[in-house]
Ligand binder design. Structure first.
Ligand SMILES: Cc1ncc(COP(=O)(O)O)c(C=O)c1O
Length: 379
């Protein structure tokens, strides 16, 4: 098992994915949220099985009962969520689902609440579809990035239609408490808003407990669409498969009005891999947890020891959100992202996470102990 998390530089540099090809060979990649590890053996076997059977013809997985039942069993086991299987649909990816629901539940010019700093595609999804960001920034790092409930209430405008949240939160790694989630739900009910709950990071939690937002209250559930995927926890993002769970029949009916060709199909290899992930990979996931938790502690210790940098231990995810304000104040020439690129480490640029992300970088620590140490040395 250990071997999977011991990946070396020659192996990752041999890959053709974006993470290790975007920057030069002298740069260590700690940016986009792919892990460097080989997927679990049952996933590889399931993919090979598709090839061995030459099973590359049409499949109709979007509402495939077997796939949906597998998902429902996983959710029950992992998060104690009794999913209504009649309200589940498969998508090519989570972002496709988010945009479909932005389109269905709002018009250009309407407002969508985001808890910033936020995963950049949320910003692109809102602005790119002509909607307006209603900014509800998280509180201070020193307080652990709490949700600002008063700020949320004050931010809502008459044209606000949707609250879109990532829980666990990317980039801060916050796992929202049930009190925070309840407050979001109450605001949504009060203002008749749709909640789009992106829970893609829910299987990688180090502190606190992930609560599926839709389980908190039937009144919240009926106005919520939940998205998730096996792609983050099992490192198969290139295989493209996500799941959307709609909270009511009315929502399902509305969704069914979108022409199904608009959200494409799910590919056979991605479906086989995802089902293997959700049925046969618990041991691998447990090992992964141990490895990532150790990496996380290492990152927190080392980053906080660097003059000018500070970070709060993420409660979830393999991402560390690093505050570089003091480094900037000390007079570096470039913004921090470029500064670190110049030192041979590719991180994510805080600017892309919205105005509250400036002065920050995001570091992906899902790699081997050895690569991570080299990344931290270069910081
Ligand atoms: C919060 C969040 N949502 C969605 C995604 C992307 O999901 P997908 O590849 O299924 O669109 C990511 C990827 O890092 C993410 O962090």
């Amino acid at each position: 098992m250990r071997g999977y998390f011991d990946v070396d530089l020659a192996t990752v540099r041999g890959r053709e994915g974006k993470k290790w090809t975007k920057y030069g060979d002298d740069v260590l990649a700690a940016w986009v949220a792919d892990m460097d590890f080989a997927p679990a053996p049952p996933i590889l076997a399931a993919m090979q099985g598709v090839l061995d059977r030459y099973d590359l013809g049409y499949s109709f997985f979007a509402d495939d009962e077997r796939a949906i039942a597998t998902f429902a069993r996983w959710m029950k086991r992992q998060h104690d969520w009794e999913v209504d299987q009649s309200k589940v649909r498969m998508f090519g990816d989570v972002l496709q689902g988010l945009v479909a629901f932005i389109d269905l539940y709002s018009e250009p010019g309407d407002g969508i609440v985001l808890q910033t700093p936020i995963y950049p595609p949320f910003i692109e999804a809102v602005e790119g579809s002509g909607r307006v960001i209603i900014d509800n920034p998280l509180g201070a790092a020193a307080d652990g990035y709490p949700l600002d409930i008063d700020g949320l209430r004050a931010a809502i405008t008459p044209t606000t239609k949707i609250i879109m949240m990532a829980n666990p939160h990317n980039p801060t790694g916050r796992v929202f408490t049930t009190d925070e989630l309840r407050a979001i739900g109450e605001v949504a009910v009060e203002h008749d808003l749709l909640v789009i709950s992106d829970e893609i990071h829910a299987d990688l939690v180090w502190e606190g407990t992930h609560t599926v937002f839709a389980t908190l209250d039937p009144a919240f559930a009926e106005r919520t669409v939940t998205f998730t995927s096996a792609t983050k926890s099992f490192n198969i993002a290139g295989l493209r498969l996500a799941v959307g769970v709609m909270g009511s029949q009315a929502m399902m009916d509305r969704f069914e009005q979108v022409h199904r060709f608009m959200w494409g199909g799910v590919n056979n290899i991605g479906a086989a891999a995802t089902m293997a992930a959700w049925t046969e990979c618990d041991d691998w996931l447990d090992e992964l947890h141990r490895h990532l938790r150790t990496n996380r502690d290492h990152v927190v210790e080392r980053v906080n020891a660097v003059d000018g940098l500070s970070t709060v231990a993420p409660q979830a995810t393999f991402l560390s959100w690093i505050d570089c304000s003091e480094l900037i104040a000390s007079g570096i020439d470039d913004r921090p992202f470029k500064h670190f690129l110049g030192r041979g480490v590719a991180l994510n640029d805080g600017h892309t996470f919205g105005p509250h992300g400036v002065n920050h970088v995001r570091l992906n620590f899902a790699t081997s102990t050895s690569i991570l140490s080299q990344v931290l040395d270069r910081l």
